[in-house]
Write a protein that binds this ligand. Sequence first.
Ligand code: SF4
Ligand code: SF4
Length: 322
Amino acid sequence: MGLLSNLKKIFTGKKPEEPEAAPEPVTVPEPVTVPKARPEAKPAVKPGDVKVEKKPEIHEKEEKPVAEKITIGHVHMSGCTGCLVSLADNYEGLFTLLDNYADLNYCLTLADVRDIPKMDVALVEGSVCINDHHSVEDIKKARRNATIVVALGSCAAYGNITRFARGGQWNQPQHENYVPIGDLINVDIYLPACPPSPESIRNVAVMAYLLLRGTDEQKELAAAYLKPLMDLAQRGTEACGCDLIYDVINQGLCMGCGTCVATCPVRAISMECGKPNIDRDLCIKCGACYAQCPRSFFNFDVMNQFEAIGEVIDAAMGKGDE
Ligand code: SF4
Ligand code: SF4
């Protein structure tokens, strides 16, 4: 007891408080170590027991014989480039096409070639402004330099929206000056729609390749596939929703599938009582409904060889290997 405690006891007569007992030190428990499972002892391996796994023999992928590619050019007249965008929408299919079957040797949007070269197939997009002599010369040159000319899309085939657009600028050519390419040159294949589907453009390109480079059998199939589109080219440069009425519905051929409704770019067709009804005031004469209708060209060449044509396209695009 120290001096301070004694003084406190003297003045207060109280016993000094007992100091609090010091807390017992906390003992941290030892970490529990989980014993590791003993690895099972491997049986002794004798050299004779070792079996070397035979690696499967690697067969080199058979290269398919590919004939010389064809050349395709995209000739752009007065159009919105929607058909070219549709061609590009083939994604990987476009690479397959360009790797194996076709070189794009002219395309103002994608290739740096200014003068229209010789080519196997000219895909012509857009109508021709006859006030622009450059356009008129270009379409004539495309015809001279191409083996096959395709009217790609409804503007090239029938004028389509370019015959109705007015714009409003006084110094622009008027809409009646835009004419379908078939008014100026001979066209071999029509592929109308606004725009044609990516698959239909790809199929025409593959079929053109088979027609020009294929075996006799492939040429026959390609000709069967392309014939309805060649027949369209022979029908002339005017189209209308009423073609469906006269040539399909009134002939009792319509099966009410609705393809024409889905195809019309201006929603001029509606289904009523299971049959298409066409608002002629809205129709922009693109010809897509007639071209896409499965009953408009009831072609037995195609019907009879439908499966073979599908197989040859799948094989060409590598789908048979998947
Ligand atoms: S009805 Fe529609 S799809 Fe048919 S020609 Fe007229 S605008 Fe084109
Ligand atoms: S696409 Fe042809 S068959 Fe189908 S609904 Fe239209 S007119 Fe009829």
